[in-house]
Design a protein around this ligand. Structure first.
Ligand code: G3I
Length: 303
């Protein structure tokens, strides 16, 4: 096939992109979006500060725009994200009572998931809960500090009972290197969940890479998680300077792992990227295909 999404679909996978509601009026952007991708992730619009800026008052306007647009284009949607310490409104951050916070977290999960029930193929239920560095432990956040480490299990159980058909993912960055303490911390969490029957279906590896691309053991990381009985997804791919080889090896690692079910790039054109100065994406500012585009497409067997 001659587009990313159509080629990925030949092996039963998706190739997606992050989408910003504010760019949907840009014709160059929407042309590429409709042509190349068969999955979309709202870049900011489903985050807590966007969906529940004050307690119990939900705002789904921008997220609806993305989901409805995707549906009209025949694209699937990844949900991002339900429980995250960042882009979290101050009213949540200042809760100190565990029963209150547990109720607030569960209500947020059920309300957002119910809004899009049946329309989200995978949800990032918990995002970036692990600390950077050598500890391999959870980072400090209002959720961990007030609810304890069990907040992740609580979130996944609530998510499963709300939308049993959605794949429930744990999503994080810097967990691509199999030898990293953070990777091992997430691995232990998933292994423990599987052993105890806590619902979890997938691990999202964000894959925000430097110019060197993925670590040499990236495929080992994917296959090791998969061996626990979860899918893996590359959820926010971008690579400084977009070296074609780095994109190709990332794509190949996913294709080589049966349970790697899809890849999402974190934006369309370099100018759409959160790290725009590094030109990390597959399309240039004019919307032209970059060498990395060709390389990603051919790595999947497309032309
Ligand atoms: O919406 C406001 C707007 O009202 C305001 O005028 C403007 C002024 O700065 O800011 C707008 O909010 C910005 C928002 O993006 C929407 O454009 C925030 O300042 C800005 O911080 C926010 O950045 C997002 C970032 O997450 C926040 O943490 C990026 O777009 C988004 O790409 C990035 O995505 C994250 C993933 O969710 C999780 N993994 C890491 C990844 C990269 O940081």
């Amino acid at each position: 096939a001659s587009t990313l999404g159509a080629q990925a679909a030949q092996s039963g996978r998706y190739f997606g992109t992050a989408v910003a509601a504010g760019r949907l009026g840009d014709g160059t952007y929407t042309t590429i979006l409709g042509r190349e991708f068969n999955s979309v992730t709202p870049e900011n619009e489903m985050k807590w500060d966007a969906t529940e800026p004050s307690r119990g008052r939900f705002n789904f306007g921008p997220a609806d725009q993305i989901v409805n647009g995707a549906t009209a284009r025949g694209q699937r949607v990844r949900g991002h994200t339900l429980v995250w310490h960042s882009q979290l409104p101050g009213w949540v951050n200042s809760i100190r009572d565990a029963n209150t916070l547990r109720g607030v977290m569960n209500n947020h999960i059920t309300t957002v998931m119910n809004r899009y029930k049946g329309r989200i193929h995978s949800w990032d239920v918990v995002n970036e809960a692990f600390a950077d560095g050598p500890s391999g432990q959870l980072r400090s956040s209002v959720f961990r500090d007030v609810l304890g480490n069990g907040f992740i299990e609580q979130a996944f159980r609530t998510a499963r009972s709300t939308d049993p058909a959605a794949k429930l993912c744990y999503n994080d960055y810097n967990i691509e290197d199999w030898n990293a303490a953070k990777t091992q911390g997430v691995y232990r969490l998933v292994r423990d969940f599987k052993a105890r029957g806590v619902p979890i279906d997938c691990v999202g590896l964000q894959a925000h890479f430097g110019a060197g691309g993925p670590p040499a053991n990236f495929q080992t990381t994917l296959s090791s998680f998969a061996a626990l009985g979860v899918d893996v997804q590359i959820t926010e791919l971008d690579i400084a300077q977009a070296p074609p080889n780095a994109y190709a090896s990332t794509v190949r690692a996913c294709l080589n792992v049966a349970r790697c079910t899809g890849i999402t790039v974190w934006g369309i054109r370099d100018s759409d990227s959160w790290r725009a100065s590094e030109n990390p994406l597959l399309f240039d500012r004019g919307g032209n295909k970059k060498p990395a585009y060709r390389s990603a497409l051919t790595a999947m067997g497309g032309t």
